[in-house]
Design a protein around this ligand. Structure first.
Ligand code: ZN
Ligand code: MN
Length: 140
């Protein structure tokens, strides 16, 4: 029963990847996920990680966040939420803002059609980076 064994292995790998992603709120890269999963499954390949991440995204279990070429991050929180990106340190913070559905309704009214989802990103300086900048300014 090679097929069943293969299926079980695949399911185990996918489960491990999902667990790793759900255990962090740092929105990691595929490479980081790979390093983490390897601690549990030393024989896993980077190709397997990429394939499973793609499947998890298609299944709606994981969100893919693209920030230009070669800068894709993954999010184990499947529900709709916004992100704040720090342009100094690159951290991505979750934002739970209530107005998401309201925005969809407003745009639907405007276009006279239906809105299924939208994407909105906030860019700036995070609180830690801001504190560093202010400390440096005080010393100068
Ligand atoms: Zn920062
Ligand atoms: Mn997120």
């Amino acid at each position: 029963m090679v097929t069943t064994k293969g299926f079980v292995r695949k399911t185990k790998q996918r489960g491990a990847i999902l667990r790793v992603l759900q255990s962090t709120d740092t929105h990691p890269t595929a490479d980081w996920v790979y390093q983490e999963v390897r601690k549990e499954m030393p024989n896993v390949s980077l190709g397997t990680i990429y394939r499973n991440l793609k499947t998890l995204v298609e299944m709606g279990e994981v969100q893919e966040l693209s920030y230009g070429s070669g800068y894709t991050r993954y999010d184990g929180k499947a529900h709709d939420h916004y992100h704040f990106v720090c342009e100094q340190c690159g951290r991505i913070e979750d934002l739970e803002i209530e107005c998401m559905a309201e925005l969809d309704r407003e745009v639907a009214r405007e276009i006279g059609g239906k809105v299924f989802r939208h994407r909105l990103e906030f860019y700036g300086t995070c609180s830690e980076c801001l504190a560093e900048v202010q400390a440096a300014a005080r010393e100068a």
